[in-house]
Design a protein around this ligand. Sequence first.
Ligand SMILES: Nc1ncnc2c1ncn2[C@@H]1O[C@H](COP(=O)(O)OP(=O)(O)OP(=O)(O)O)[C@@H](O)[C@H]1O
Length: 938
Amino acid sequence: MFLKCLDIVGFKSFADKTHIDFADGITSLLGPNGCGKSNIVDSIKWVLGEQSTKTLRAGRMEDVIFNGTDKRKPLQYAEVALTIDNSERNLPTDLTEVEIKRRVFRSGESEYYINKNRCLLKNIRELFFDTGVGKSAYSILEQGKIDQILSQRPEDRRYIFEEAAGISRFKMECNEASKKIERTDENINQAESLMKVEKRSYESLKTQAEKAKSYNELVKRQLSVDVDIHYSKLKTYLALKDMRSERNKSLAAQVEALKSSLESFRVNIEEEQARMQSESQKSHSLQYAINRNEEAVNSRNDKIAFLESTYRDYINAKKEAENRAESIKSSLDRDKSELERMQAELDEKHQILEESQRQVKRANLMLSDDLKLIDDFKAKVTAEENLISENEEKIEKLGASLKEVVDSLASELDKMMGEKYSFKRRSSAEKNFNDRLDMIIRDLKEKAELQKSISSFSDKIISFENIISALQELKNDFLSYKDTIPPFIDSFLSPDGLLTKKREISEKEALLRDANVRSREKIVSFKSQIASLEVEVDNLRDTIKNMEIQLASVEAGISSFKAVKDNLERSIDEKEISFADSQSAITIANSRIEATANQLRQADSEKAELLNQIIELKKQLKELQDEINERYSALSSKEKEKNDTIDKINYLNNEIEKNELWINNTQDLIQNLYASFYNTYSRNLKEFEDRMDAELGEQVLLENELAEIKKQLQTLGPNINHMAVDEFEGAKERYEFLQKQLDDMYKSKHDLETVLAEIETRSKEMFLNTYKQISENFQVMFRRLFGGGRAEITLQDPENVLTSGIDIFAQPPGKKLISLTLLSGGERSMTAVALLFATYMVKPSPFCILDEIDAALDDKNIGFFLSVLEDFAKDSQFIIITHNKHTVMGSASLLGVTQMEAGVSTTVSYKLARIKGEAVILNENDNQVDFDSEGRRT
Ligand SMILES: Nc1ncnc2c1ncn2[C@@H]1O[C@H](COP(=O)(O)OP(=O)(O)OP(=O)(O)O)[C@@H](O)[C@H]1O
């Protein structure tokens, strides 16, 4: 088996996803006209890469997409996937199963896949090269193709032979090689015309380049000679410059030496001047010291005079202080005895004051005690009053409770007693009881009287019968009285009873009222105590007031007394201070007298010392001035020497400047050399520094040579193409490149032609070989299909087998050998089938789809056709679209195509069976299918 299954969606009438499994051997595809059988064939062609819309029976490629029905909308894309069993390696790949898929969208975009990998159409075509399968191979044979095979254009039949010969690939390669040769020819032509142009410019540039080259060489030589001339001059300038520089160096060294000696002069002079300055400063300071000492002697004289007058003043001051101290002392003694007396009086006054203060304090304490007591009593009164009002509140509440209890008692009584217990009844019962008791008492009294008399009349017997009966009646009276006392009284009297409550409330109320009475009594007593205390308080306040007045007057007396005393004390203090001052004045005067005497002694000795110093200083000053005079004459001679040296340095510097000028001029000449060189050659002379150390020729000779070169350059003229050398290089490169390219192209063309010739030879061989076999097989197959007759194929142009058309001649049994056009429809089909099978015999295709090629065959020919088909079906897979019942019955399996919904194709499974010896078609439910409704002819 080669074709394994087919999955279609959206392709032509197969709107829904449709999966078709293919079987081995012959499979008949059956169904009514227009149900979509050929669409299955189209889908296989399409997935194998068919690009011709005509072959696909479509106007445009978009027409293969389901374009909708009355009920369905058109789809946007069509997709067909064909799965191929490659276990026999019919396809050039190691995969055992290959799925090729093609998808097209309404936008025109197409996609190809091999085993789900996106690929190009080319890849699919290559997969099927020389397998007999493919868009233009002979694996799919429709009625249209029969016409093509048998058409009047013998060239159109070649593809069958080429496919069988396996030269399709070679043919393609030949085409490609031819195209390549054509392209190479075009390229060669282009390159050759380019070459012509290039050669012209090559030769012209060559001449120009040679001229440019000799020009360049002359210029180079000119440069080299001129470099040497410049360097020769440069060397001279540099030598001159060096000489001047050297001279300047030695002059500068002399200047430096003079400068350093000048410096030492300067240092010596400065040192000498410094020394002289220090010595003159010294002489000044000596003079100054002498002056100062003389001034000091004068000041000592003044000081001594001053000290002597001061000494006298201090003696007088001492005497004054002693007199003052004596008078202060006597006044002080008087004041002190007065103060003692005043102190004793003041102490007494203080004692009186303290006593009065104590009394006031006591009275105040008593007053505060009384006030405290008053406050306590008032607080108690308030407490009792609060108690009373609390109790009254409680009494009020108890009164309300009592009223409630009395009201309840009254209503309870009223309720309990009803009419049974009346006052009247009770009054009468009480009256009866009372009367009865009075009667008994009376009776007993009588009996008692009688008893007394009995003692005298013992014969008389006292009868108690009457008393008993009276008591009996009393008991009855009591019982009837008791009946007037209602029993609920007990419940009233019980601990929870209303009467008990009433009594409790009354008791509480009585207790509260008693308490209030007691509180009121207490309040009265507290208030009387408060009143008496308040009287006492008023008295105490008056007393205190009086005492305080007294106290104030005592205090005032004390303070005025104290003021007098304080004054006295202050006067004593002041006098004591004055006395102390006088004392210290005496002491100070003593010490000052002593100190002044010392100072006088000191001043005298200092004066003597200063006079000695003045003599010594004057001697030193004389010596120093002699030395200064000596130094001054030495310094003058050094100054002269220094000025001489400065004059010499100035002269040398002048010389150096002159030399510098020379050097600068030489430097300018050197720079001019560089500048003139650069101006002439646009190059830096320094580039040729190596010439500096070279042995340069004589300058005159060099200049002659330069003049000669310039003459030669003039001869070459001004028209030099300076780019020519480079341009010539480029042109040469291009020329050589083109030449190489041309050589390559000639070679590649030659190679291609060789390959083409080889392919053609090989193709020719293969074609002829296959052609021969098919030709032989065709004769055999024709006879077999026609049951005799003769047929042959011939090459129209045996010299050019690869392009030659192929003629077919057929002679059905009993007829003459005639051209195909004269054959009947059935004969044409048979002939085409014979050719197809003849080809199969040489190169069987792994599958073959035959679309109604049996349509024109009669039953006899169908028999021949089926017998041949069965033979081939052993090796190949055949799918036949047919309306012929015999073909259907000769198939191994059936596949039905139908349209349950108008315009939408689906597949159905059918199978063949024999019922009562007759071949029938059964559907999936084993129901017999009427072939005529599925097919066309019986
Ligand atoms: N793009 C399309 N969308 C929907 N239907 C299409 C499309 N292209 C073709 N068809 C329908 O497919 C049908 C043709 O199917 P097909 O030629 O396969 O029939 P068939 O079974 O081979 O018929 P017959 O036995 O007559 O040869 C037509 O009815 C046509 O309208």
